[in-house]
Design a protein around this ligand. Structure first.
Ligand code: DCP
Ligand code: MG
Length: 392
């Protein structure tokens, strides 16, 4: 009767802020000759992997996690750079500090993205969309970097909105629009649905989020397990009540491979160990964190399994550091038992507060829950098998 909106007092306003082509744009600040050109950053060796590509290079099909060799074929004219992770961490810190001027509740989730709780700030800043533009302008003016912002009633909807805001834009989805916004999108657009779950859903002839939301729960639960089925179905409807900060303690990032036939040749194991170390290193750097140590997991032909762990001299995030440590562990383990190996895994450990303090947020130490948020993002990006969790 009074004409007051009846949902707005309950609807949260969450911003998901994500820098565009972050590593490339950071490099362009140092070297303006890179502006407007296709640029690819990542491993430039024969087995290197693309960390990111400028939007000019993306037009040719180049994207993150692609083999650099493939990128070179698609876009030979691009400028290929190794990248400078110390620079990215420094810029990341400044970026997070700008965001903190707009909300007391900023949760960094990776080196270039964060959630901001902007609920109830309309009186302070005016229209929500205008506030987003003010933030983008501040980041552009102070750091020279383009940022995109997705706005939603939850972290989930805000994050998916960001993909629609990119590059260099804002996109807002309101609570009552969330389900219809999600419905036509492919299931893989939902954070948390990786290649594995995507393939399982494809077998059930579920390709869009609308189909997932409407799917009969029985077959879905049998295919995904009851908890995961309920979780993804809720999220497919755009429902996410997760608080900005979640209380889960992350311990490690890992990657592992099961061989088709058991392997005992050193050279082959080393090759796989290298690639696993690089995968773990990529995820670690993307998190903006450093690790205190690395560990390996070995499963022998008879299924007996061992893990061996070693602490770094100082916290770090480099592929070489991870590989060298894992390699030492592997050599020692193989000297003790030379049997053929069925599964090989590498993980980095000790991603707690102290390691984080050294990297992302020197002046504003990252809490464990921030760390878990960072890892949550990685899990969304790379699949849940990438991350292992400790108990709270
Ligand atoms: N990154 C990486 N390996 C990946 C994905 C990302 O090393 N597989 C690094 C490089 C990116 C940075 O993390 O610049 C941020 O990741 P984003 O996914 O946000 O990608 P970009 O910022 O590069 O591009 P955009 O956000 O515009 O899609
Ligand atoms: Mg980004």
């Amino acid at each position: 009767m009074s004409g007051e909106p009846n949902t707005s007092d309950k609807e949260r306003v969450i911003f998901h802020v994500d820098l565009d082509a972050f590593y490339v744009e950071a490099e362009r600040q140092n070297d303006p000759s890179l502006i407007g050109k296709p640029v690819v950053i990542g491993g430039i060796g024969p087995r290197g992997v693309v960390a990111t590509a400028s939007y000019e290079a993306r037009k040719f099909g180049v994207h993150s996690a692609m083999a650099t060799a493939v990128a070179r074929r698609l876009c030979p004219q691009a400028i290929y750079l190794r990248g400078n992770h110390d620079l990215y961490r420094t810029v990341s810190k400044k970026f997070m500090n700008i965001l903190r001027e707009y909300s007391p509740n900023v949760v960094p989730v990776s080196v270039d993205e964060a959630y901001l709780d902007m609920t109830g700030t309309e009186r302070l800043y005016g229209e929500t969309i205008d506030t987003a533009d003010q933030i983008r302008k501040a980041v552009r003016d102070q750091l020279g970097l383009p940022a995109s912002i997705g706005i939603g009633p939850s972290k989930l909807v805000a994050k998916v909105s960001t993909e629609h805001a990119k590059p260099d834009g804002v996109f807002q989805v309101r609570l009552q629009e969330a389900e219809s916004f999600f419905a036509p999108q492919p299931v893989r657009n939902l954070p948390g649905i990786g290649p594995k779950t995507g393939a399982t859903l494809a077998k059930l002839e579920i390709s869009t989020l609308g189909q997932l939301a409407a799917a009969p729960v029985g077959p879905l639960r049998r295919a995904l397990g009851p908890n995961h089925a309920d979780y993804v179905q809720r999220r497919a409807k755009g429902i996410d009540n997760a608080p900005l900060k979640e209380r889960v303690k992350a311990k490690s990032i890992s990657a592992e491979t099961t061989f088709e036939t058991d392997v005992s040749r050193h050279s082959e194991l080393e090759k796989v160990l290298k690639s696993l170390s690089e995968r773990v290193g990529t995820r670690l750097r993307k998190s903006g964190l450093r690790a205190r140590g690395a560990s390996i997991k070995l499963r022998y032909g008879d299924f007996s399994t061992i893990t061996r762990q070693r602490t770094f001299v100082a916290p770090g995030d480099g592929d070489q550091l991870i590989y060298d440590t894992a390699h030492t562990l592997l050599v020692t383990a193989m000297r003790a038992r030379g049997d053929a190996i069925r599964l090989l895994g590498v993980s980095v450990t000790g991603l707690g507060e102290q390691a984080a303090q050294l990297s992302l947020l020197d002046q504003n130490p990252m809490s464990d829950s921030d760390t878990s948020e960072a890892l949550d993002t990685i899990r969304e990006r790379f699949g849940s098998e990438a991350i292992s969790w400790g108990s709270v």
